[in-house]
Ligand binder design. Structure first.
Ligand code: BTN
Length: 323
């Protein structure tokens, strides 16, 4: 990507202000055009101070996800070892899906600084501004039948919550199936998309979004009520490379455990991190809304819920809300 001329000008004298007049003259652009370019740099993660009469200066640069640095930090066997990092893509899910179709190996990881069409569960969009989060998709080629994919969703949630807690000392709760919450607000979401032939899984694209260094203004107001970033929760910026490396390590470890011992140990870990079990909830399922108390997971990863009449219903897809 070519560096913007405005950025080059601001970087000529690090820390010093460059006046609007000088910028207009040197770049031959209007004040409005300068302002637009400043906004663009801010959207890419630059923090630019603007002071009347003095001009503009860079106070913070976006940290870049460096593939070399990441490769140096990884201690995994295969997860993250085939790595592609992009500046901006519509969604890392689609990029990885294409690589999967071309035969990419298990553990291939696609990361993007920014997603322009990041997507979440239930057809929602996912806020993915540049340089501020971990937006990544990991390729799995599990040898389990398709109806067991909910287990992988829960495995992903446990892996990410352990990884984040390793880097930032926060209490992370998992809301069924795979939302990670801090103080009741969402810090990370997971989206698994699979390709299958009948009951045989060809591959799974495990999409993970972690709001690492977003600030309040990076969230749309309606999202901010329910979301938070690691930076906001911890009160300091967090190293994204460390988060990715920890996520790959935890995910690989639990995936190997799952291959060796099945779902039981994953289920126990999930239940220990859950903020859903035992609390009255409203569940919006594709077949309507139900109210009850989620009790436990079933063997496939479904949620067993006790309804008001005492009967038990198992749910495999739902949005869980408080009651
Ligand atoms: C959710 O909670 O609704 C799931 C959010 C998943 C977001 C991640 S970010 C990386 C990957 N690419 C996407 O478009 N979505 C997932």
């Amino acid at each position: 990507m070519n560096q913007s001329p405005l950025l080059s000008l601001l970087e000529e004298k690090p820390g010093a202000f460059v006046s609007g007049e000088e910028i207009s003259r040197k770049l031959n652009v209007s004040r409005t055009a300068i302002w637009k370019q400043i906004r663009k740099l801010e959207a890419e993660g630059y923090v630019i101070e603007a002071v009347p009469r003095l001009g503009y200066r860079i106070v913070e640069r976006p940290s870049r996800l460096s593939p070399t640095e990441l490769a140096n930090r990884l201690t995994t066997r295969s997860f993250g070892r085939h790595l592609r990092v992009f500046d901006a893509v519509p969604s890392t899910q689609d990029v990885l899906r294409e690589l999967a179709e071309e035969g990419a190996p298990e553990g291939t990881l696609v990361l993007a600084e920014q997603q322009t069409k990041g997507r979440g569960r239930m057809g929602r969009s996912w806020v993915s501004p540049a340089g501020k989060g971990v937006w990544m998709s990991l390729l799995l080629r599990p040898s389990v039948p398709l109806h067991m994919t909910p287990q992988l969703t829960l495995l992903a949630a446990v892996s990410l919550s352990r990884a984040i807690a390793r880097v930032v000392p926060l209490e992370i709760g998992i809301k069924w199936p795979n939302d990670l919450l801090v103080g009741g607000r969402k810090i990370s979401g997971i989206l698994l998309e699979s390709a299958a032939e009948d009951e045989r899984i060809r591959y799974v694209v495990a999409g993970m979004g972690i709001s690492v260094n977003l600030e309040e203004q990076d969230f749309p107001p309606e999202v901010l009520e329910k979301a938070i970033s690691l930076r906001m929760a911890a009160g300091r910026p967090v190293d994204r490379v460390e988060i990715v490396a920890a996520a790959m390590e935890e995910f690989e470890k639990l995936y190997e455990l799952y291959a060796a011992q099945g779902f039981a140990p994953i289920r126990a870990l999930w239940e220990a991190h859950s903020v859903t079990l035992g609390r009255p909830a409203t569940l919006q399922t594709p077949h309507g809304t139900i109210e009850g108390i989620p009790l436990e997971l079933d063997d496939l990863g479904g949620l067993r819920v006790r309804l008001a009449d005492g009967s038990i219903r198992t749910v495999y897809s739902a949005e869980v809300g408080d009651r």
